[in-house]
Design a protein around this ligand. Structure first.
Ligand SMILES: Cc1ncc(COP(=O)(O)O)c(C=O)c1O
Length: 404
């Protein structure tokens, strides 16, 4: 008789956004006249920029001609994309990252879930609390998290680093020593960031204790303040302790197109073993490459036209963020985020829990957000709204909340 991976049975409930989806669908079915505005899941709404559409069309035509048709992509991704990324995302920012240290993938969700596979199951992970759920759940599946305490909603072997108003939503160095540290800045869900000096402390700490940092920079394009680092490789010593994850979803609207990449520097080693080789082996064995047409679309993100158009797209969402931030502040809410990130993090009012506030908003003004508790125990009394809606919906949602 076959056996299952029993770690899966330890996972509490369903994935956060499935739970929200079910609740919203049930409400919509019972109240067909309610005009529901969704500012919950972090999905973009603006269409792909013209420079990207043009690159897609061109690549599709290439696939239709025998001379230019492409089959399987190279394991690490096409050179044209990897060298473009190395040039614009790294060299232009003074970071040392080589094209062959960049692994093209179908997005940061898969990479952030899969990266743990190259580490031993005995490693202890440290995560921010609240946190993007994939980091924890993928480690639960791998059997790295111990037992679950349903009352506290925590795992016995996970080191939680609370990110709360008192510490400016920035994690503090943990008391217990972790082996793998997940950091995400600009942060989902809090929208908070840390300065380059603060990130340097983490890099120094990781190098000192022999930990690896898995740095998720999916929201890098939303940074507006000067002292906020765009890449962990801006910090000295990051090449020996950090892996960086990037996505094309939020900077270029590729949530449905799918493209991302992971940087594993050759200097990152465990004893004599370079993690680069392990990730290359994993990638080559389990992944057959992002589509050629999508990699060409990714290249167009860095063209002059692409950069200009995407700057406008990010500005559109950040205008929404400002609207939510100022509107809710005027309405008396305690809000943060929304300056270097498309997420606004607010305190649920009147002592409500985050799920109580979720139901309250859905039922009274038909606005959907994300309960902070879904991201970890420190999110219990917080709520996330995203700036990814249309401007019109954002304005209407804020007006409805103000008029409660
Ligand atoms: C922190 C973080 N990392 C990764 C992802 C997933 O990115 P992708 O669409 O590239 O899989 C998200 C998506 O919301 C995210 O918030």
């Amino acid at each position: 008789m076959f056996q299952i991976n029993e770690n899966y049975l330890k996972l509490p409930g369903s994935y956060l956004f499935s739970t929200i989806g079910k609740k919203v669908n049930a409400y919509a079915a019972a109240h067909p006249d309610a005009k529901i505005i969704r500012l919950g899941i972090g999905d973009v709404t603006q269409p792909l920029a013209p420079a990207i559409i043009e690159a897609l069309h061109k690549a599709v035509d290439e696939m239709g001609a025998a001379e230019t048709f492409r089959g399987y992509a190279p394991d690490l991704g096409y050179e044209f994309l990897r060298s473009t990324i190395a040039e614009y995302d790294y060299k232009a920012r003074g970071c040392h990252v080589e094209a062959d240290e960049i692994f093209i993938s179908d997005g940061a969700k898969s990479d952030s879930g899969n990266i743990q596979e190259i580490f031993g199951t005995g490693n202890r992970i440290a995560v921010c609390d609240p946190v993007y759920p994939v980091y924890v759940d993928s480690n639960v599946m791998a059997g790295r998290t111990g037992t679950y305490d349903p009352d506290k909603e925590t795992w016995s072997d996970v080191i939680y680093m609370p990110c709360v108003a008192e510490n400016g939503f920035a994690p503090e160095l943990p008391k217990e020593t972790p082996d793998m540290i997940y950091l995400c800045f600009p942060n989902n869900p809090t929208g908070a960031t840390i300065t380059k000096a603060q990130l340097q402390e983490w890099v120094d700490y990781a190098n000192k204790v022999g930990a690896v940092i898995i740095y998720d920079a999916a929201y890098e394009a939303y940074i507006s303040e000067a002292d906020v680092p765009h890449s962990i490789y801006e910090c000295e010593g990051a090449r020996t302790c950090a892996i960086e994850l990037r996505s094309f979803s939020k900077n270029a609207g590729f949530t449905g197109v799918r493209l991302g990449f992971t940087v594993v520097p050759r200097d990152l080693k465990c004893g004599d073993v370079a993690l680069h080789g392990l990730w290359a082996r994993r990638h080559g064995t389990k992944f057959n490459g992002a589509p050629y047409i999508v990699q060409r679309a990714g290249e167009a993100v860095y063209s002059e036209a692409g950069k200009a158009q995407l700057k406008q797209q990010v500005a559109y969402y950040m205008n929404n963020a400002r609207y939510i931030l100022t509107g809710l502040r005027e309405a008396g809410y305690t809000v943060s985020g929304g300056v270097n990130a498309p997420y606004i993090w607010l305190k649920a009012p009147k002592g409500m829990t985050s799920w109580e506030f979720f139901d309250y908003l859905l039922e009274t003004v038909h606005v959907v957000g994300t309960p902070g508790a879904g991201f970890g125990p420190s999110g219990e009394t917080y709520f996330r709204l995203t700036a990814f809606g249309s401007y019109e919906n954002t304005v209407e949602a804020v007006e409805r909340i103000k008029n409660i």
